[in-house]
Design a protein around this ligand. Structure first.
Ligand code: SF4
Ligand code: SF4
Ligand code: FES
Length: 238
């Protein structure tokens, strides 16, 4: 059968404005959206630019906006959408476009790095040569956060990031901080909580739950953010 994709195009070297191109590809309902994009690039337009690597939901490189919702192109099948109509393919929201569907991830990785204190070590110094055992229960406090593949889909979905506060640190960065704050081995929790409380930090989250809805790893992102807020509040009222 034929599937029609309406694809966002922008080449800053030649285009003044973005535009959309429409492509018809031969596809099965069980084909992935990524398969359709590859067919376009291999058979119709070699200039179409998008990122991909693993094609199996592991590397996090093919986050896109598909029919107005963030998703990994390799995880979504044609039959997940109404393929009797055009499927709209756009770059992830929030980020600046480098070319076509490729966005600039620098602001994302800057935020991920910004959650770490500059001067302190996460693991207590006197513990550095020892085994640092954890119980299953202790480890379970941050297991979910470890599933994050840094795909940025949550940034493209978060109403705070894309509308209310473009400086907001964002869901994936807070999720990563939750991973440290709930790790029984860390020694710099106070510094980490201070970082989270800076302007545009954890309190910027308005619990819209959009990050949780789109996360391709089914991480309970908003729940992790709420746990982080609760821990900070408990610390302040001690
Ligand atoms: S829960 Fe917070 S981080 Fe997630 S989408 Fe809503 S405002 Fe953004
Ligand atoms: S929290 Fe989920 S959506 Fe956000 S970067 Fe991690 S894997 Fe992607
Ligand atoms: S290509 Fe690696 S997650 Fe989709």
């Amino acid at each position: 059968m034929k599937v029609t994709l309406k694809v966002y195009r922008f080449n800053p070297e030649t285009d003044k404005e973005p535009h959309y191109d429409t492509f018809n590809v031969e596809a099965e309902p069980t084909d992935r959206v990524l398969d359709c994009l590859n067919k376009i690039r291999w058979q119709q337009d070699t200039t179409l630019s998008f990122r991909m690597s693993c094609a199996h939901g592991i590397c996090g490189s093919d986050g896109l906006t598909i029919n107005s919702q963030s998703a990994l192109a390799c995880q979504k099948l044609v039959k997940d959408y109404d393929y009797t109509k055009k499927i709209l393919i756009e770059p992830l929201r929030y980020f600046d476009v480098v070319k076509d569907l490729i966005v600039d991830f620098k602001p994302f990785f800057e935020r991920i790095k910004s959650i770490n204190p500059q001067e302190t070590q996460s693991i207590a110094k006197d513990n550095i040569e020892k085994e640092r055992n954890q119980t299953i229960k202790e480890r379970s406090q941050f297991d979910d956060a470890l599933k994050c593949i840094l795909c940025g889909c949550c940034y493209g979905a978060c109403p705070v990031m894309i509308g209310e506060d473009r400086e907001f640190i964002g869901p994936a960065a807070i999720l990563r901080e939750q991973r440290y704050l709930f790790d029984s081995r860390i020694a710099d929790a106070q510094e980490r909580m201070q970082i989270m409380q800076k302007p545009h930090g954890v309190w910027g989250c308005k619990s819209y739950y959009k990050c949780t809805v789109v996360c391709p790893k089914n991480i309970k992102v908003t729940e992790a953010i709420l746990k982080t807020k609760k821990k900070i509040t408990q610390e302040q009222t001690k």
